[in-house]
Design a protein. Structure first.
Length: 307
């Protein structure tokens, strides 16, 4: 009789692949997660696929960075290489999503090009996102997920894909993405530090705003988003419920690094029952209206089902 039943079908696993390493590197702030080599990434994705996890979201950690973030669209860039290997190994067994952003690839750590005053140039960034989308689609991504919160990013990416014959590649828009402190462990996972102690409040949303999310989401749907995302998840369940009620496209929620890490840290101290809290949190995110949840707990959820 339960209204909400969480299953492996509901989750996507974010995975990190790092250039220039021979063995996977554990991420201290995300227990159980690694910066993968291309080989270990393929092994992990294959394992998750056999456990029934329907998709993965791939993030790259390059070994060099520049002002433009050119590694993000380089055909030999780490994510492109990884996507091709994943596609070859997995065929159509899993949906492969590529996170589309520049922050992992820029030397200043911002999600877009910065001008001489250090301010992100929204419109100049769009052309670069188009290049990244084409590189990721060519390498085998089923879905590209623009996460930089530039205005017009969905329309730009969609038209670039359609113009190059990638009309079958879907766009998962990080539509309501907040300037949250909960991304801390992620920045360790991708070795990103924002230059000069900066932040992303110029392009990500103010956590104090609820109605603004509806506006952002409506814009992305109008621009052609196939799916929209709310991020983070738990502290924004009101936003998630609003969005789920206001659009007809599938709604995703990102259960972000800090949300996962908090559960792991408290469980490690024996203060909470980790697996129980994790399941409760993910169930609440689904209950609020998420049709899919990006979570670092995807693997453990799948293992529990198969135990
Ligand atoms: C940007 C991006 C970030 C996350 C996903 N995509 C970091 C940011 O916006 O600063 C965070 C995900 C997480 O914390 O789990 N490429």
């Amino acid at each position: 009789m339960a209204e909400t039943a969480l299953s492996v079908d509901d989750v996507l696993a974010p995975l990190f692949v790092r250039q220039g390493i021979d063995t996977p590197v554990p991420i201290a702030s995300l227990p159980g997660q690694h910066q993968h080599t291309v080989g270990s990434l393929v092994t992990e994705a294959t394992r998750l696929a056999s456990l029934g996890v329907p998709g993965i979201v791939v993030f790259g950690v390059p070994d060099r960075r520049d002002a433009e973030g050119s590694g993000a669209w380089d055909p030999d860039g780490i994510v492109q290489v990884a996507l091709a290997e994943l596609r070859g190994a997995l065929g159509d067994r899993m949906v492969i999503v590529a996170d589309l952003c520049l922050d992992e690839y820029t030397d200043h750590g911002h999600c877009g090009l910065v001008d001489s005053a250090g301010v992100v140039d929204n419109d100049a960034t769009l052309a670069l996102y188009q290049r990244v989308a084409l590189a990721q689609a060519s390498a085998g991504a089923d879905v590209v997920a623009p996460s930089g919160m530039m205005d017009g990013q969905v329309a730009a990416v969609r038209s670039a894909l359609d113009g190059a014959g990638f009309d079958q590649v879907a766009v998962l828009a990080y539509a309501a993405k907040y300037a949250s402190a909960l991304y801390g462990p992620f920045r360790e996972a991708v070795d990103v530090e924002i230059a000069g102690g900066g932040d992303r409040r110029g392009y990500q949303q103010d956590p104090a705003n609820r109605r603004e999310a509806r506006v952002e989401v409506a814009l992305d749907v109008a621009e052609g988003a196939d799916m929209v995302m709310v991020k983070p998840a738990l502290a924004y369940l009101d936003v998630l419920a609003d969005v789920a009620a206001s659009v007809d496209v599938p709604v995703a929620a990102y259960h972000v690094s800090g949300e996962y890490a908090m559960v792991k840290a408290a469980a490690e101290r024996g203060w909470i029952d980790g697996p129980a809290v994790m399941t409760e949190h993910l169930t609440a995110i689904k209950r609020a209206g998420a049709r899919m949840i990006l979570t670092y707990a995807a693997g453990e959820l799948a293992e529990a089902v198969h135990r």
